[in-house]
Write a protein that binds this ligand. Structure first.
Ligand code: ATP
Ligand code: PRP
Length: 245
């Protein structure tokens, strides 16, 4: 268990905490949940810098629980929206998940100790460039298409505006074009999806990046191992940002 890597773990983390190599001598098993695609692609270099490399290609393997170069650390490959659910219920000890998904999650049981600064984008309100909401007849309730139901509700409630939320699971940008909604609440990165569909962003709701989340019970019960992983990933984030600066 951690045979080859125990010294590395202890050394790398020693700058941040008093966790010693000895405390990791018999570490408990740890699982880290993450999703395929964008988050996996951008998280893997950080995990690798932390000494955690999957022994199979996450994007192509049909296995959902993947061994890594750290004997006791396994990766769970799940849908992005399911990451807080697995971690909140303790089915995974740690997870990597977008702030957008965390804002939408209504469960408990999670700590959010580290912003990994990957998969950056913004959660925004967008509308048709040729049919601005400001020019719509007043008194009509706005229809908002989004997969971010709770976040959209909170956004409009804070403005004292009653709206109808239409829950979608993807392709939100289509909704205003076909008359399903007046606006959307969705993620914007380059803005090219909005532009390709004749939409413009009109309100900023939140900056989004992916965070490391930790099950609260795991933080207590597997404290040394969990804090070692947090420290290693924090080092990896700092090193990436230092070399990028
Ligand atoms: P699910 O499968 O659970 O519906 P998803 O299809 O939204 O999730 P992805 O498209 O891989 O999964 O997005 C995962 C996360 O990546 C999002 O929650 C968000 O934090 C971030 N993200 C999504 N789109 C972008 C983008 N265009 N640029 C940067 N980050 C993004
Ligand atoms: C995401 C998001 C937007 C798009 C924004 O979709 O839902 O549609 O990215 O990025 P842009 O501003 O750079 O165009 P994604 O590419 O993940 O496709 P999907 O969620 O519809 O599968």
């Amino acid at each position: 268990m951690y045979r080859r890597e125990a010294i590395h773990v202890g050394r790398a983390y020693s700058a941040h905490t008093r966790v010693s190599v000895k405390s990791l001598a018999s570490p408990p098993s740890l699982t880290i949940a993450l999703s395929k695609g964008r988050i996996c692609d951008q998280a893997l270099p950080l995990l690798s810098a932390a000494g955690i490399e999957p022994l199979e290609d996450l994007n192509t393997s049909r296995k959902l629980r993947i061994d890594t170069t750290l004997d006791q650390v396994k990766l769970l490959v799940i849908r992005a929206t399911d990451v807080p659910v697995f971690v909140g219920h303790g089915a995974a000890d740690l997870g990597i998940v977008g702030k957008d998904t965390l804002l939408e999650y209504d469960g408990a049981g999670l700590y959010e100790p580290l912003d990994l600064g990957i998969a950056r984008c913004r959660l925004m309100v967008a509308e048709r460039a040729d049919a601005p909401v400001a020019q719509m007849p007043s008194g009509r309730r706005l229809r908002i298409a989004t997969k971010y139901e709770r976040t959209a509700h909170r956004h409009y409630a804070a403005k004292g505006q009653q709206v109808e939320i239409i829950k979608l699971y993807g392709s939100m940008e289509l909704a205003p074009l076909v008359g399903l909604a007046d606006c959307i609440v969705d993620l914007v990165d380059t803005g090219s999806t909005l532009a390709a569909n004749g939409l413009v962003a009109v309100e900023h709701i939140a900056d989004v990046s992916s965070h490391l989340v930790v099950n609260q019970a795991s933080m207590k019960m597997k404290h040394a191992a969990v804090t070692a992983i947090i420290g290693l990933l924090a080092n990896a984030v700092n090193e990436r940002d230092r070399t990028a600066a």
